[in-house]
Structures are given as C-alpha cells and as structure tokens.
Design a protein around this ligand. Structure first.
Ligand code: NDP
Length: 445
C-alpha cells in the first residue's frame, strides 16, 4: 500500500463518523500522490500524519436566553488547524448542521487555501449549531456575546483571527467584535469582515464573489474566452452569491438563477443590477425567502430544486458543501456547461469532481476559486496593523492580482506534476508544498 493510502486509513480510523472531513482529506491526499512520490522528505518528516491532525480543537457550551426568557444552549467550536504559515485564520459558521466533521473539513481546506493566497496566514475554522434564521436581533446579539465570552480566551490578532461564513455576516461580526472589545479592553484586528467605520476593509464583503469571478476569468482566458454573452447559473443568495452575480453582470455575463435552501429562481431575462439590489435588500435586511423574487418579477420558481438542471455555460455553486451531486454534474455537462468556479467550500461531491476533471472542463475548486475572501481578510489585517485604510480601487486591484497569482500557481503546479489543466491537482499540490516545507523547517512541533 502507498504511503498516502496508509496514512489515509490511519486518519480514517482515528476520525470515525466524520464523512465531510474524510471526503476533504481523501481529495487532497489523492492529489498529493505524485508530490509525495517525488519528494521523499515529506514521508520521512511524517508530514501527512501531522498535517491531517488539527493543532487544537476547542469545544464549548454557549448558553443564552431567548426573547421569552427561556434558557437555550448551543455548542461552540473552534478548530485551530495549522499555524505553520501564520496565525490561524478562517471563518465562523452558524448553521444547525454544524458539527466537528464539517468544521474540520472546512479548517483542513482552509490551510491549503490560505497557503495559496501567498499571505502569511495559517488555517482554522469555527462555528456553532445555532440557527440565526427566525431569531430576533436581540437573540442573535445575546448568542454572539455568549459565544465570544468563551472564544475570546483563544483568539487574538497574532494568534487566531476569525471572520464570517454561512450565517455570520456584518451583524454577527459586529456583535462579536463589540463583546471582545468589552472583555479585553483593546481595539484590535481580532476579527475580519468588520464594519467600514470601525476597522473593516473596503471590498471585503464583495471579495469572495468577485474573487471567484476573477479566477473564472483567468480560466476562460486559457481558452481565449470571456464572460461576454455567457449564461451563468449561481446557487445561494447570500454574501458570495450576491457579489458573484454583481461581478459576472459587470463583465457581460447573464446570471439566470439564484437559490436558497427552499428553492431556485429561474429568470431567463437575467438578474441585472436592479433586480440584484432587490435580492440584497430581501436577504440582508428583510431576511426573506428567494421565492419572493419570483412573485415580484414574475419569473419561474422551482420549489425544493437546485439550479443545476438550468442550461448554462458557467456555474458558480455559492451555497454549501455537496450541493452538486454526480447526477447534477452530468446534467450540467449535458447542457453544455464549460466552467465551474466554486464560491462555496466543497460544493461538488467526489463523483461530480471526477466528472469535471475527466471531461476537462474549466473546473476551479473552492480552495483556489473562493480564496479571494480570506485574501482580502489578510489585507484587512495589514490595514489594521498599520492603522490605515486603503481605497476601494487599491483593495480591488490587490484582490485581482492575488487571484491571478493563485490561478498561475495552480496552472504551473498541475503542469509540474504531470496533468496540465487539472486545477484540483494544481491547487492541492501548490497549497500543500508551502505548508509542508514550513513544517519541516520548524521541526517536529
Ligand atoms: P450566507 O449565509 O451569506 O449565504 C448562504 C446561502 O446558501 C444562503 O442563500 C443559504 O440559503 C444557502 N444555503 C446554506 N445552506 C444551505 C443548504 N444546506 N442547502 C441549500 N442552500 C443552503 O453564506 P456565504 O455566502 O458567506 O457562504 C456561502 C458558501 O461560501 C459557503 O460554502 C461558505 O463556506 C463559502 N465561503 C464563504 C466565504 C465568505 O467570505 N463569506 C469565503 C469562502 C467561502 P438559506 O438562507 O435558505 O439558508
């Protein structure tokens, strides 16, 4: 049995009942076979065994009171995965499905993603099974304060710097930052995604979506193509989906779908700027359902469906993990889809990934394509440390050049390891080598 398979089996035995985590490890390990084959030093240094094990996992009780005065309790988790390249960095997710398996998969992916950004960032992830949906602002605030009461012991601007993710946007970051400041009596860049008036960076809200489109633009260039005239399917209608739609539209593409966990809208005329403003108000302020868009603009609504049966040239999964099954992927390919750029983390199932790679479409995996968010968080940290704030144009330009650099690393590394055009191999190998080399230089720690 190969070294990679041996370690995979050991990791598998060590982490029973964690399917999402093992799915992420399998994908990365499979890509690393040619790398580990070529560089025996990684085996000698036990890098795969060490890289798969988080440096620290913190699990805690989060008690809070609802509006009726009833005591409630949720579980809080922070996975401090790997600090070889810098302080732990990664988002916080509030969603009822959150558990150790999901946060470990996200943390593991984050390590390689952050390495690809070229910025000095380690990897981490956190969250809670708290569901902000249907909660009042007061309830969300009390929950965030309780969550931070414990989390603050473990984080800091040079230790661990969380950000947003599913269910954690500007409102939640604000409540958590306020609580951290009150407890620690210090105003530091301990969280990113902060409000613009108090340390946030311009373009951070836009960064993941814009970045996924910039990455896709680079992939299209390799085939002499652009977004002009392309029909695009986007899933989700949260932060990533909204700014993906905005940028695709700006570059001349037509976005025909968005979705939420209840269903999908199919607007053949395209979700142009004005309609997108309606969605932003609906989702970020009124916290309504995407179905209301179909009622307002008279387009088709598909209850309980995802967008993948809609005919499109490009797909941007921007909702959640495993949202594209093997069957969905086959449907996308049958309808002529030639590009998939993952705004979400691990949205494609292993069967879908295999199909995309086999059919040689332009397939940008999340750890490369959605790295614009954490990159701009890194830029927010730099601005906080210097007590400066850069202009919108400046940050957007830096974001674009980071995405171009990530794309180039993927292309070069895929070629180096013998499968040109395979962005999965390229992203995993390029992200891994930097972390692994740093771990070797830092000794067995
Ligand atoms: P938001 O909470 O802003 O939006 C999430 C969207 O996805 C909502 O429309 C939500 O619908 C939908 N969704 C969530 N869970 C499911 C589900 N189980 N089935 C169907 N739809 C679902 O989150 P973000 O936009 O921030 O994150 C989206 C994805 O992008 C995640 O995978 C996240 O990890 C990834 N990502 C985010 C980054 C960021 O900077 N925010 C950075 C890098 C990656 P509903 O409202 O009905 O729940």
């Amino acid at each position: 049995m190969s070294y990679v398979d041996e370690v995979f089996q050991a990791v598998s035995r060590h982490n029973p009942g964690e399917p999402e985590f093992m799915q992420a490890v399998r994908e990365v390990f499979d890509s690393l076979k040619p790398v580990v084959e070529q560089r025996k030093v990684y085996r000698d240094a036990g890098i795969l065994e060490r890289i798969a094990e988080p440096e620290r996992q913190i699990v805690f009780r989060v008690p809070w009171q609802d509006d009726k005065g009833k005591p409630r309790v949720n579980r809080g988790i922070r996975i401090e995965y790997n600090s070889a390249l810098g302080p732990y960095k990664g988002g916080i997710r509030f969603h009822p499905t959150v558990n150790l398996s999901i946060l470990k998969f996200l943390g593991f992916e984050q390590v390689f993603k952050n390495s690809l950004t070229t910025l000095p960032l380690g990897g981490g992830k956190g969250g809670s099974d708290f569901d902000p949906k249907g909660k009042s602002d007061g309830e969300v605030m009390r929950f965030c304060q309780s969550f931070m009461l414990e989390l603050q012991r473990h984080i800091g601007p040079d230790t661990d710097v969380p950000a947003g993710d599913i269910g954690v946007g500007a409102r939640e970051i604000g409540y958590m930052f306020g609580q951290y400041k009150r407890i620690r009596n210090e105003f530091t860049g301990v969280l990113t995604g902060k409000g613009l008036k108090w340390g946030g960076s311009l373009i951070r809200p836009e960064a993941t979506g814009y970045g996924a489109v910039y990455f896709a633009e680079e992939m299209l260039k390799t085939r002499g193509e652009t977004f002009k005239g392309k029909t695009v399917a986007v899933s989700g209608s949260g932060n990533v989906a909204q700014f993906t739609t905005e940028k695709v539209t700006e570059l001349g593409g037509k976005v025909v779908s968005m979705s939420d966990s209840n269903g999908t809208i199919y607007d053949k005329d395209g979700i142009g700027d004005q309609k997108l403003r309606y969605i932003m108000e609906l989702k970020n302020v009124k916290r309504g359902r995407i179905k209301e868009y179909a009622e307002k603009f008279g387009c088709e609504y598909r209850e309980g469906a995802n967008p993948w049966s809609i005919k499109c040239d490009c797909a941007f999964p921007s909702a959640t993990q495993n949202e594209i099954s093997g069957k969905d992927a086959a449907e996308l390919l049958k309808n002529g889809c030639m590009l998939v750029s993952e705004g979400a983390n691990m949205p494609s199932s292993p069967e879908a990934v295999s199909l995309f790679v086999e059919k040689k479409i332009l397939y940008g995996p999340g750890k490369a394509a959605n790295a614009g968010g954490v990159s701009t968080s890194g830029l927010e940290m730099s601005q906080n440390a210097q007590r400066l704030s850069w202009s919108r144009e400046e940050v957007d330009k830096k974001l674009n050049s980071i995405m171009v650099a990530i794309h180039k690393q993927c292309v070069d590394s895929a070629r180096e390891y013998g499968d040109a055009g395979n962005y999965v191999l390229g992203a995993n190998a390029a992200g891994f080598v930097k972390v692994a080399d740093a771990m070797i230089e830092q000794g067995i720690v």
